[in-house]
Design a binder for this molecule. Structure first.
Ligand SMILES: NC(=O)c1ccc[n+]([C@@H]2O[C@H](COP(=O)([O-])OP(=O)(O)OC[C@H]3O[C@@H](n4cnc5c(N)ncnc54)[C@H](O)[C@@H]3O)[C@@H](O)[C@H]2O)c1
Ligand SMILES: O=C(O)C[C@H](O)C(=O)O
Length: 319
């Protein structure tokens, strides 16, 4: 039995994320949450989902709402609300506007569903995770963001394709910002259980090109089809399943770190974390020297943007 509330369920990502989550067998309640004015879209989405449940033989308690009371007793609340970027924009360009939206929802979640876990999707997700953490007042394990999980999946797929192996044979990880300064961890990449650096083909791997494809993947999709939808939604439902299933899988999410990566901390950023019913727990790691340098730079960037945004929020939305 588990209840998931999807805030921003009228958006492209929110809608398909809600649908993907509805396929998780032990999710028994879903609330499609939206803002006033969007009632018709929420009602239409609900009816469409119900048709699909009938076709699939799925039994689920599905509601839509614009009333914060309906958040109560959620196990997970997913925040998908906020403006997406368009051609020529960086995710960071969305920070100021989306921070207010995320801060408001974080306060609402704390007031109406104080024991839930918050999963942040809105971009720039590392900064928005810090905003949700502060404005919910929840402990750090109960607030995390989609982070570099999607980037890691993108890299996994490119590496599998290059080596012509099944995607499940590749384990890899990207840490740092879900954005320009992301850092691939080749030191933590294996193919068929073998360290990628120990494979002769590693020396001729077009690493920079591959990482560049990951870095630009979101914008490439946005330029071609308008929005990234299916990749994020599948990544979101993996995180939800991992948490609700108490699976203790280690996935790369945006989480608050104290000192887990080479004593670098006090920031929300993409790191490997163990996910279970209690939330996300960053795993202490040691990585290669060049990776530490990249991670440190990514942390500095996110730390600076986060403090600028917090200062702005302090003026407009004091706690
Ligand atoms: N972290 C990731 O990997 C990832 C992946 C995809 C999208 N995103 C982000 O998710 C967000 C949503 O993307 P989308 O493509 O679904 O966008 P969309 O425009 O389709 O949907 C936006 C949603 O936010 C809501 N919203 C907009 N302004 C609002 C406001 N002022 N107050 C309350 N709600 C508001 C809308 O009602 C809608 O539900 C964006 O910030 C996008 O960048 C993040
Ligand atoms: O690229 C974007 O703006 C959307 C999202 O962060 C993604 O990586 O798909």
């Amino acid at each position: 039995m588990a209840k998931v509330t999807v805030i921003g369920a009228t958006g492209k990502v929110g809608q398909f994320a809600a649908y993907s989550v509805s396929r998780i067998p032990f999710v028994t309640n879903i609330v499609l949450f939206g803002r006033e004015g969007n009632e018709d879209v929420l009602e239409g989405t609900k009816c469409d989902f119900i048709d699909s449940f009938a076709a699939l033989g799925r039994n689920l308690d599905l509601e839509w709402s614009i009333n914060p009371e309906d958040l109560r007793d959620s196990d997970i609340v997913i925040i998908n609300s906020g403006v997406p970027r368009h051609k020529g924009q960086d995710r960071i360009d969305l920070a100021k506007k989306n921070a207010k939206i995320v801060a408001n929802y974080a306060k609402m979640i704390a007031a109406y569903s104080p024991d839930s876990i918050i999963l942040v999707v809105s971009n720039p997700v590392d900064v928005m995770t810090a905003v949700a953490l502060k404005y919910s007042g929840f402990p750090p394990n109960r607030v995390f963001g989609l982070g570099t999980h999607l980037d890691s999946m993108r890299l996994k797929s490119f590496v599998a394709d290059h080596f012509n192996v099944h995607v499940s044979e590749v384990h890899t990880r990207i840490v740092g910002e879900h954005g320009e300064s992301m850092v691939p961890l080749w030191s933590a990449t294996t193919i068929g259980g073998i360290q990628i650096q120990n494979l002769p083909a590693f020396s001729s791997l077009p690493k920079d090109e591959m990482v560049d494809r990951v870095r630009t993947a979101g914008l490439h999709i946005i330029e071609k089809s308008g929005a990234t939808i299916y990749g994020p939604a599948a990544a979101i439902s993996t995180l939800v399943r991992t948490v609700l299933g108490n699976e203790n899988r280690i996935l790369s999410v945006s989480a608050y770190i104290k000192s887990e990566v080479h004593n670098i901390g006090d920031v929300c950023i993409g790191v490997p974390a163990r996910l279970n019913r209690e939330g996300a727990f960053p795993v202490p790691i040691r990585i290669d020297e060049s990776e530490v340098t990249g991670f440190q730079q990514s942390v500095e960037k996110i730390r600076n943007v986060t403090s600028e945004i917090m200062a702005d929020l302090d003026q407009s939305m004091p706690l």
